[in-house]
Design a protein around this ligand. Structure first.
Ligand SMILES: [Cu+2]
Length: 156
């Protein structure tokens, strides 16, 4: 009897695995527009990554993590303005609402690439992998270019 139950459990779990494997994640659910990295001096401890993440699906999706080789780690950040100060706050995820987009830009949401082995030059491309909570992972190619610094050094 126990044996029958355990083999039934085995069959059931195999079915679940098979189903998970067959489930296709339509990459068109998420599209990435204009990914770029703000160029930085050769001794920069971190680089900011920006892009537009479009959610074309009927469900809210979360960006959970980002990865790139040659960096200690990548973090999800949001710059918040409090009492005239700008502060980067690490986020557990980035929400991309159904049929909406999240804009990563200087002074707002961004991905931070921490401790580069070698800071990339302007014009270089860096491969970055994004992992979403629907199981989707997208690898994108972000170009290093000059950023708009007005957010950071705005004068009043
Ligand atoms: Cu940051």
């Amino acid at each position: 009897m126990n044996k029958m139950i355990s083999s039934l459990m085995l069959v059931l779990s195999l079915l679940v695995i098979a189903q998970a494997g067959a489930m296709s994640h339509d990459t068109a659910d998420i599209t990435i527009h204009n990914p770029w990295i703000r160029s930085a001096p050769p001794n920069a401890p971190a680089l900011g990554v920006f892009m537009e993440i479009h959610n074309n699906s009927d469900h809210n999706i979360k960006l959970l993590s980002a990865n790139a080789s040659g960096y200690k780690r990548l973090e999800l950040h949001k710059t918040e303005h409090k009492n005239g100060m700008m502060k980067m706050i690490k986020q557990d995820f980035m929400p991309i609402l159904a049929h909406s987009k999240l804009t990563l830009k200087p002074g707002s949401w961004h991905i931070m690439m921490i401790s580069p082995e070698l800071v990339p030059n302007e014009g270089d491309f860096v491969m970055i992998e994004l992992a979403f909570d629907n199981g989707l992972s997208i690898t994108l190619r972000a170009k290093v270019r000059k950023g708009n610094m007005t957010m950071k050094y705005q004068q009043f």
